[in-house]
Ligand binder design. Structure first.
Ligand SMILES: [Zn+2]
Length: 114
């Protein structure tokens, strides 16, 4: 059984948007080499990647490598040096753009995690 308690529907028009552990999400499929879960909201019928809304979305890397990249960047290590140390290429800059978009989104909307 998948633990979906940390996830919530992100559809702007859904009445259950942002409700974590609400029981409205299921896993109808997985995709990619990392077996990323597709989540489906039973309220609005929307489907989305479990990575949507996270720095992992569209990174096309295993989660541990994305975390390694972000840890290096958070320590102030430059892009090229981080790429060499972690062994990745272009996805580093994407992570930075994602972080900026995510910040803007979270400032406007923060799901209830109580
Ligand atoms: Zn929904």
């Amino acid at each position: 059984m998948d633990d979906l308690s940390r996830f919530c529907c992100l559809n702007d028009t859904c009445s259950d948007r942002g409700k974590r552990g609400h029981g409205n999400l299921t896993v109808p499929a997985r995709y990619g080499p990392n077996k990323t879960r597709v989540l489906r909201c039973s309220t609005c019928k929307d489907r989305f990647s479990e990575r949507k809304g996270t720095p992992l979305f569209d990174a096309r890397l295993p989660a541990d490598r994305v975390v390694a990249v972000l840890a290096h960047v958070a320590e102030g290590i430059g892009t090229r040096k981080t790429a060499r140390l972690v062994g990745v290429h272009r996805s580093i800059r994407r992570g930075g753009r994602h972080a900026e978009r995510l910040h803007d989104e979270l400032v406007a909307f923060s799901p209830d995690d109580r």
